[in-house]
Structure formats: structure tokens, C-alpha cells
Design a binder for this molecule. Structure first.
Ligand code: AP5
Length: 222
């Protein structure tokens, strides 16, 4: 008998550590990582009209319109690997309309993870962030520096990772956060995100193991 695949959502302010924790979660739990921001950046890179439009909103730190985001995420969640292995949805939903749309398509998470980090920490995380275009790994010049000179030389920075743009993203986040959180009240777990990345992961790991254990012992899983 096969266990039901896990369905997890992770949420938090800009640079709260969503992408970093998703790397660690997928390593251990083998879920398909679906990041709304990464999907949008891939759309921009493809040169499509949707990508061009999306970038205008991302430049301003605003939410990309639902017409673009909702189907993009729905399509990725509907692919075979996500359905069979389970998914880890990162940065979606960011509004109640996005959450409702997903519910309407029948996607319901088992757990909603919220990373809590004080605002004064977030800006420093944003400006120090670098990405490795070869492996996709997330670095920070101070907190997670590159392992080798070779990696250091090829690191890139996101176009919206300036202090000014991060503040706009934070403003958008603060405008929407209450609505989104209220949708998943009963399955939400809050994580203290202002610790080392391993300490943050330890909290998430505990929650996920407990969830799996509960499922294995629950009568409904027979
Ligand atoms: P998105 O790409 O999702 O950006 P974001 O929400 O601003 O989040 P980030 O990717 O900046 O941060 P993160 O939480 O993943 O942190 P990370 O792990 O990298 O979205 C970009 C834009 O796309 C949005 O502004 C919007 O326009 C659009 N968009 C996206 N989703 C959308 C949606 N659903 N609807 C509409 N529009 C949408 O960590 C950050 C840094 O901190 C790294 O350098 C990392 O190394 C470091 N770090 C991580 N953890 C720790 C730790 N514990 N201690 C010290 N340093 C740490």
C-alpha cells in the first residue's frame, strides 16, 4: 500500500528563508518544489508576453495579476511528478483570491508553514543574497558564503534584490498577509525563522515527521 503524498505550503515575508528551507525539505522529503517566483522568472527568461508583463509588476514589488499566476501554478501542480511525489508550494497563495482559486481546483495542503522573521533582519538578507545559476543554490555573502572561488565568481543577483525594491515587496506582503493566514488557520504552523538555517529546518523537520507519523497511525490511512 502506498502512502498518500505530502502537500505542503510555505509562506513568509521576502527573504524570510522560504527558498533556503525548500532546498532542505526537498532533500529529505523528496517533494516537488514549486516556487511561484521561480516560475515567473522562468517565464521572463523565456521571452514570452506574460513574462514581459510579469516583470513590470515584479520590478515594483507588486503581485503579478492572477490571470498570469494562477494557471501557471495550477498547471505545475497538475503535472504527474507533483501528484505522485507530493508537492511543496512556495510563495503561493499571496492573496485570498489565489487561495480560493486553488481550492476551487481541488488543491488542499496538509500543512501551511509560516516563517516568522523580524523586519529589520529581512533587508540585510535580501541585499546579501546571491544565486548560483549552475546549481540554482541560494547563497548569502555573510550567512551562507560560496564554498569555492569558482562558485563565487559565477554568482548572480536578482533584479529585485535592492533595498528599495525589497521594501516595496515587504509592503505588498504586509498588505496581504492577514488575508492569506486566515485561510489556513487550522493547518498552520509558525516557525521561528530568525535562527540559523539548520535550526530553522530542525523545527520544520519535527513538524513534518509528526505529520507523517500521525498519518501512519490514523485509522483513516488503513
Ligand atoms: P519571490 O521570488 O517569491 O520572492 P520573495 O517572496 O520576495 O521571497 P524571496 O525569494 O526574496 O525570499 P525567500 O523567502 O525565498 O528567502 P531565501 O531563502 O532566498 O517573488 C518575487 C516576486 O514575484 C514578488 O515580489 C511578486 O512580484 C512575484 N510573485 C511571486 N509569487 C507571486 C504570487 N503568488 N502572486 C503574484 N506575484 C507573485 O533567503 C534570503 C537570503 O537570506 C539568502 O541569501 C539566504 O542565504 C539567507 N538566509 C536564508 N535563511 C537564513 C537564515 N536562517 N539565517 C541567515 N541567512 C539566511
Amino acid at each position: 500500500e502506498k502512502a498518500k503524498p505530502l502537500k505542503i505550503m510555505i509562506s513568509g515575508a521576502p527573504a524570510s528563508g522560504k527558498g533556503t528551507q525548500c532546498e532542505l525539505i526537498t532533500q529529505k522529503y523528496g517533494l516537488v518544489h514549486i516556487s511561484a517566483g521561480d516560475l515567473l522568472r522562468a517565464e521572463i527568461a523565456s521571452g514570452s508576453e506574460n513574462g514581459r508583463l510579469a516583470k513590470e509588476f515584479m520590478e515594483k514589488g507588486q503581485l503579478v495579476p492572477d490571470e498570469i499566476v494562477v494557471m501557471m501554478v495550477k498547471d505545475r501542480l497538475s503535472q504527474k511528478d507533483s501528484e505522485q511525489t507530493g508537492w511543496l508550494l512556495d510563495g503561493y497563495p499571496r492573496s485570498s483570491s489565489q487561495g480560493k482559486a486553488l481550492k476551487g481546483f481541488g488543491f488542499q495542503p496538509d500543512l501551511f508553514i509560516v516563517l516568522e522573521v523580524p523586519e529589520n533582519i529581512l533587508i540585510e538578507r535580501v541585499v546579501g543574497r546571491r544565486l548560483d545559476p549552475v546549481t540554482g543554490k541560494i547563497y548569502h555573502m555573510k550567512y551562507s558564503p560560496p564554498e569555492t572561488e569558482e562558485i563565487a565568481a559565477r554568482l548572480t543577483q536578482r533584479f529585485d534584490d535592492t533595498e528599495e525594491k525589497a521594501k516595496l515587496r515587504l509592503k505588498t506582503h504586509n498588505q496581504n498577509v492577514t488575508d492569506v493566514l486566515s485561510m489556513y488557520d487550522d493547518i498552520t504552523i509558525k516557525i521561528e525563522g530568525n535562527r540559523s538555517k539548520d535550526q530553522v529546518f530542525a523545527q520544520i523537520d519535527t513538524a513534518l515527521s509528526e505529520l507523517l507519523q500521525q498519518r501512519n497511525t490514523a485509522p483513516s490511512s488503513l
